[in-house]
Design a protein around this ligand. Structure first.
Ligand code: APR
Length: 312
């Protein structure tokens, strides 16, 4: 008989709590919410609240909180949100030194306790954090990914749908590159149910939407005083589900490049296929000259952060 999957969430803050809620509701498996000893009560409290929620909503999942690494042994999936989020006026890069230390510590624990896990990193600055996670765990690159592209694409899709006056369900769009100001919304692949978006949205409006997408995270931080958590959590859960259910979804994620797009030895957002083996394929799509230049600039910004990490 097959066993329930074990999903461990490192960081029981805003995103961690929503991740637990979504994982439980979609019955992906049993959930452990992990946080530092000072926040163990929060992790346990959220877990209990969510188990009780199962009685109302009718889902069947064990959800537990802990600050003991032993409880996470043998996880199938680990989603990492440990770290600090942005405050208004901060860039994701401003979080580098504090979150790098945290991610290195988490990687060391995952390496020994969860050697077979599919690891999804959410902590920022994303591309540098997922690079550090792979370095720290030594896991094969197909089992260490970063969540950014699904979220950035969702933001892009929403703004396009609102501008075109169509259902969000009919918009397909993709954002590649690093998870920062240099991200690359790929308009040449944006369609509204197959209709190129350029036929439905004027160029100046499209440019404004691209700009808003690039600042999509900051817009929420400015309003709330902290980072977004609903859409980030849903995006990471979509990736976990693609892995656990071997869905072979083609989605943009921060993946380790080994020459694709002329780039190597860095993590950056590209279209990948996620299935039961993790990142089963990195898809190289044709980009126009402007998009190629934007991706190169984004890669240079990510490379700078990785080099800065090496000095810390
Ligand atoms: N191990 C486990 N958890 C940790 C550790 C650690 N070493 N260090 C910090 N944490 C926990 C914090 O105690 C906190 O509960 O991580 C949690 C982060 O939660 P929030 O502060 O609510 O932040 P959140 O909005 O969830 O964002 C987390 O994801 O999108 C990124 O920029 C965001 O880097 C941030 C991360």
């Amino acid at each position: 008989m097959s066993q329930r999957k074990k999903i461990v969430l490192i960081g029981a803050g805003n995103i961690g709590g929503e991740l637990a809620a979504l994982a439980a509701r979609s019955e992906l498996g049993d959930v452990w919410l992990f946080d530092i000893p000072d926040k163990e009560g929060v992790a346990k409290g959220k877990a209990l609240d969510l188990e009780q929620n199962g009685a109302v909503l009718g889902y069947d999942a064990h959800i537990r909180g802990t600050s003991n690494w032993d409880d996470l042994t043998g996880a199938d999936v680990a989603i990492v949100t440990a770290g600090v989020p942005r405050k208004p006026g901060m860039s994701r890069d401003d979080l580098l030194s504090v979150n790098l230390k945290i991610i290195r510590g988490v990687a060391e624990q995952l390496k020994s306790r969860c050697p077979n896990a599919f690891v999804i990193v959410v902590s920022n600055p994303l591309d540098a954090m997922v690079y550090a996670m792979r370095q720290g765990t030594g896991f094969p690159a197909e089992r260490v990914v970063g969540m950014a592209g699904v979220l950035d694409s969702a933001r892009f899709q929403l703004f396009l749908a609102r501008e075109a006056g169509v259902s969000i369900k009919d918009v397909r769009a993709m954002v590649l590159g690093g998870h920062g100001d240099t991200m690359v919304p790929v308009t040449s692949y944006c369609t509204i149910n197959g209709v190129p978006v350029s036929q439905l949205i004027a160029a100046d409006k499209l440019a404004a939407i691209i700009d808003r997408t690039r600042n999509g995270g900051a817009e929420v931080v400015k309003l709330m005083g902290t980072s977004a958590f609903y859409a980030p959590a849903s995006s990471a859960i979509a990736m976990a589900k693609a892995y656990l259910h071997d869905e072979k979804r083609l989605i943009p994620c921060a993946a380790f490049l080994t020459g694709q797009y002329g780039l190597k030895d860095l993590y950056i957002g590209v279209p990948v296929i996620i299935g039961g083996k993790g990142v089963e394929k990195i898809i190289e799509v044709a980009l126009n000259e402007a998009e190629k230049a934007m991706l190169a600039a984004s890669a240079a910004a990510v490379r700078e952060l990785i080099e800065a990490s090496a000095r810390l």
